[in-house]
Design a protein around this ligand. Sequence first.
Ligand code: ATP
Ligand code: MG
Length: 240
Amino acid sequence: MQNSEISLQVQGLCASYGVTPAIRSVSLEVKRGTIVTIIGANGAGKSTIIKTICGLVKPTAGSVRLFGEEVTGLPTHVLVKKGISVVPEGRRLFTKMTFKENLELGAYARSDRMAVRRDLERVLNLFPDLKDRLSTVVGRFSGGQQQMVAVARALMNEPRIMLLDEPTIGLAPAVVDRISELVVEISRSGVDILLVEQNAEIALEIASYAYILEAGQVIAQDAASTLAKSEAVQKAYMGI
Ligand SMILES: Nc1ncnc2c1ncn2[C@@H]1O[C@H](COP(=O)(O)OP(=O)(O)OP(=O)(O)O)[C@@H](O)[C@H]1O
Ligand SMILES: [Mg+2]
């Protein structure tokens, strides 16, 4: 069944590395206009879900639908053209290239160079601190700034949905706050968000719906505000 209110629908997704299963029958969805989060500890399978959705890991079972279209197992560059953007774990920037070159690489799938130039302006408006540093080599930026570059690069693809893999990990609290504000701002501008996080506090604060992943399986799901109040969640994921 097609449902135009659902941007991303994952059903019964399984993936393995060799013979070891990493995710088992994961089902989740992102509704239009929402921020959805997947919370899980180290090794729970969060990155594997993102990689399997975007064609970097082959699913052994299950399906992925993007804007109502079956896209299971399609290669990343095809999905990018369909409006998905990924901010990968560990950022994966070209640290020897400039900020501007990194942004231009984010738009590689687009052919309208005029529109890309306009978008460069629009995207830069979200990053006032970095606006004047287009010709700086990204390796000279701080960790927080590099994370901003990774988000900016993902925006250059004009995404309709963005998948973010632990964008706040290892960053100072003030930078974490800035990044979570940025994610909310991007969501408000009309981009749907799937956010994977170990930092449950931040994720549950900005998301409307959340899934909890343990050992490759979704063990709970609910409105983020409800999970944030759950004693079990607080104990396991929020250090309360
Ligand atoms: N390339 C790989 N080859 C073999 N096993 C892998 C590979 N990548 C991940 N795994 C294993 O799959 C399981 C899920 O890993 P995954 O990276 O998806 O977890 P994660 O929730 O993203 O963890 P983290 O919070 O540390 O990023 C783990 O047991 C991990 O050791
Ligand atoms: Mg990971």
